[in-house]
Ligand binder design. Structure first.
Ligand SMILES: C[S@@+](CC[C@H](N)C(=O)[O-])C[C@H]1O[C@@H](n2cnc3c(N)ncnc32)[C@H](O)[C@@H]1O
Length: 333
């Protein structure tokens, strides 16, 4: 995979600094009078810039703690801003009554507020309850590490975190449970460090495992795939979709979604020619990364990748995982 998706910085907590903002706005432009769905509202950095560019914004977030940021934009922009709590996997349904929609933006992953708030349990740098639930509902990371057996836990860490030492980590976790449940982030981080050691200069040994647990707790691949297809259904010809991801497993899904030929079988001159599907997305960009200036201001932007495309008139596809390269937990197929 690319670099880490869970940066281990000691930056001060505070509202999220929007990543690749100018590039996202450029990808969705022109914006004056257009209706745009911001599927990952966070602290509202993208929404604010979209509103300032003259758009009407329908913002979605599954985290109820973003409400004060939404209230602030509502007070400032009034009827040009609508906030809808929910998950972006259902963005077409959530935005249906506010349509027709001209653009969708998704900024996948955790916000700085979620990462920096110890009580949310996302960070192995801050001691807090082992939670990681963006919505505050459903199974927590503690539920997973305290109930899964070695085999399914190792498979999860391997599939969602690309953790090659997943089995050893899972064995240490299950053994540690014998003396009592694992309840805090630092408790888990220490168990992982004990299991696979720590080399100076390397990323924290818990990086990949925390990423895997966070993805599992929040069903992030399922959300991403369904969100992409929901945007495809929602947007008519010329509608624009911009997606920012933070690690290579997500970026691969977005890349193949925009260009299904990237995930298909390689054409061979010995095989009958495979017909390409008609394109749902045109003017698809290459991977766009943060420039030096942004990286200087915001080191968290270093693993961000933006991809964008414009909707063709071809009707939307049914949701299908084939060819998207979605990681699957072994034994759970
Ligand atoms: C990286 S932050 C977005 C930051 C935002 N672009 C800004 O400028 O402030 C991601 C946000 O998306 C939310 N989120 C993540 N997955 C979601 C999902 N499946 N549905 C709705 N919101 C989601 C998180 O709760 C978080 O607030």
């Amino acid at each position: 995979m690319g670099k880490r998706s869970m940066p281990e910085t000691s930056e001060p907590s505070g509202p999220h600094a929007p990543v690749l903002l100018d590039e996202v706005i450029a990808a969705l432009s022109p914006l004056d009078g257009k209706r745009v769905v911001d599927g990952t509202f966070g602290a509202g950095g993208y929404s604010r810039a979209l509103l300032q560019a003259g758009a009407i914004v329908i913002a979605i977030d599954r985290d109820p703690t973003v409400k004060p940021y939404a209230d602030a934009l509502l007070a400032e922009f009034q009827d040009r801003f609508i906030f809808v709590p929910g998950t972006f996997s259902a963005l077409d349904t959530l935005a249906a009554e506010h349509g027709p929609i001209d653009g969708v933006v998704l900024d996948i992953g955790v916000s700085s507020m979620q990462l920096d708030e110890a009580d949310r349990g996302f960070s192995f740098m801050r001691d807090g309850p082992l939670d990681m639930r963006m919505s505050g509902q459903g199974e927590s990371a503690a539920d997973l590490v305290n109930t899964l057996d070695v085999e399914p836990l190792a498979n999860l860490l391997y599939a969602f975190g690309e953790e090659r030492k997943s089995r050893r980590i899972a064995q240490f976790i299950v053994a540690a449970r014998e003396t009592g449940p694992i309840e805090t982030t630092l408790q888990l981080a220490r168990i992982i460090e004990k299991s696979i050691g720590r080399k100076p200069g390397d990323a924290h040994p818990a990086t990949r495992s925390f990423q895997a647990l966070r993805i599992a707790v929040n069903g992030e691949f399922d959300q991403l795939v369904n969100g992409l297809f929901a945007a495809e259904r929602l947007l008519a010809k010329d509608g624009k979709l911009a997606v920012v991801t933070f690690h290579s497993l997500e970026d691969r899904i977005v890349k193949r979604f925009f260009d299904p030929d990237k995930g298909g079988p390689t054409q061979s001159r010995y095989m009958p020619e495979v017909e390409s599907e008609p394109r749902r997305w045109v003017s698809v960009t290459k991977a766009i990364k943060a420039g030096e200036a942004e990286l200087g201001r915001n080191p968290r932007a270093r693993s961000a990748t933006l991809r964008a495309g414009t909707r063709s008139p071809i009707p939307a596809r049914p949701v299908a995982l084939d060819g998207l390269g979605v990681p699957v937990i072994r034994g759970a197929e």
